[in-house]
Write a protein that binds this ligand. Structure first.
Ligand SMILES: [Zn+2]
Length: 464
């Protein structure tokens, strides 16, 4: 079955046809690095990772670019409010540059823990200021910009398809957006391309430009970077659904105004995470859950969250609660046990991928990344009567998309140092045939939450 993806631009599932034959250009909007990513953000990155893995599984080569927003994102998406980086700097008593560095590292660590494949290129907004200035100059030369007291703005009334992604009614949008008052803006939907530094304040992050010292608007970075690194290969652009109305709409307007060509062909968006009780997860809310406080600190494998994300289609809001985490944890443990079983039973069999089950799996993932159905196929395959060796080969093939490290389930995990020392001491006691000491050490290790089994291949220590 050919790959079908839901395109927000046309609001329907479409067959995916890349611009070049076997090559896909993928751009995913990255984090604004003034705080930790919350698990709602991370859900979007898991969806994008599944998309990328499905493209790879279908045999495409993928060039994946992700930006790091380290300047220019104000607390209100429509150029109002405070600068997020300067705000983070005040909060933490560090420079904006240090804040950016710290949270970029934290973000990269989060996605690593979730088995998300890194982009081919990470691009920092502050590393492409010149490209952004050049793009603004092009827009100025073509007559799309005007200057106000606080910056250079894009005149949205000059771009005729402004709402082609958001499908909003432009008139009511102009009325509605008037709540955020900037009397100098010609249209409520106009947005800043370049903001001037205030005359009386020296900003930590500011640059010279043909229009005066200042910093770029948030949207311009993604247009400049995607075109710089993907060239004409503008196939798929992703982000969260909250990017549709303003950020992605403005990216399209300024990019297409500048080049006269179509910007990306496919726009895909991941839905929100809803915390039990119906609240949407956002950094401004108090229900701010990170991978660290919701999983790692509770000693829950972060891949439980990845597994949990598979239970809901990416375009539907995902419910998050202690209950759903517990269910996902049980589900993942069960899957590990099943895979461990087929590994042991199928050992020595020369297994191969079962073509019927592979076709059924492809049918689900190629149907707009339908992971809930894909997980049902995983269970049917594991419970079927095909040979265990074939089950093992098939599940490892599926895991190229699932990314759950299922090839590792039979390998004992790295033990904490304290446990490893006791294990070594017990090994020494056994070699010395000191059985009393060996038994005593086994009890101590088990009290620390590890089961100890003496098998013919040696001691096996598994976390329980
Ligand atoms: Zn973006």
């Amino acid at each position: 079955m050919k790959l079908q993806l839901y395109n927000s631009l046309n609001r329907r599932k479409e067959e995916f046809v890349p611009i070049l034959k076997q090559q896909v250009g993928l751009y995913t909007c990255g984090p604004t690095v003034y705080n930790f990513a919350h698990i709602g953000n991370l859900r979007t990155y898991i969806f994008e990772d599944i998309l990328k893995r499905v493209l790879l599984y279908n045999g495409y080569r993928v060039t994946h670019i992700m930006n790091i927003t380290d300047v220019g994102h104000l607390t209100g998406d429509r150029d109002m409010g405070e600068d997020k980086m300067e705000k983070g700097s005040q909060r933490e008593g560090k420079t904006a540059w240090e804040v950016a560095e710290f949270y970029t590292r934290a973000f990269k660590n989060d996605i690593k823990q979730l088995n998300i494949i890194e982009p081919d290129t990470w691009v920092k907004a502050t590393d492409t200021i010149e490209d952004q200035i050049a793009l603004i100059k092009t827009l100025q030369d073509k007559g799309y910009t005007y200057q106000t007291a606080d910056g250079i703005y894009f005149d949205t009334s000059r771009f005729k398809d402004y709402t082609k992604l958001s499908h909003q009614d432009l008139e009511s949008l102009q009325e509605g957006a008037r709540v955020e008052k900037n009397p100098e803006k010609r249209n409520a939907t106009d947005f800043a391309l370049w903001k001037f530094s205030p005359a009386d304040v020296r900003r930590q992050m500011e640059w010279d430009s043909p229009w005066g010292t200042g910093f770029p608007g948030w949207h311009i970075e993604c247009s400049a970077m995607s075109m710089k690194y993907l060239g004409d290969q503008l196939d798929i652009h992703c982000g969260g659904t909250d990017h549709i109305d303003v950020h992605h709409t403005n990216e399209i307007a300024q990019s297409e105004a500048a080049t006269g060509n179509n910007f990306f062909n496919y726009w895909m968006h991941g839905a929100f995470l809803i915390i039990a009780g119906g609240k949407k997860m956002a950094k401004s809310e108090d229900n701010f859950l990170t991978l660290e406080n919701a999983f790692l600190k509770k000693d829950i494998n972060p891949l439980v969250y990845r597994f949990a994300a598979f239970q809901t289609h990416y375009r539907k809001p995902m419910e998050y609660s202690d209950e759903s985490v517990r269910a996902a944890r049980n589900g993942l443990v069960h899957l590990h046990n099943q895979v461990r079983q087929v590994t042991q039973n199928g050992a020595g069999q020369n297994g191969s991928v079962d073509e019927t089950f592979k076709a059924r799996f492809i049918e689900t993932i190629n149907d707009d990344l339908n992971m809930p159905r894909a997980m049902a196929v995983v269970q049917e395959m594991l419970k079927s009567d095909i040979r265990d060796g074939d089950k093992f080969a098939t599940i490892l093939d599926y895991d190229r998309v699932l990314g759950l490290s299922l090839d590792q389930v039979d390998k004992p995990e790295a033990l904490p140092e304290a446990v490893q020392k006791l294990v070594d001491a017990r090994q020494a006691a056994r070699i010395a045939k000191d059985w009393a000491k060996s038994d005593q050490l086994r009890d101590v290790i088990q009290d620390m939450g590890y089961s100890v089994q003496d098998t013919k291949d040696g001691m096996k220590v598994i976390k329980i």
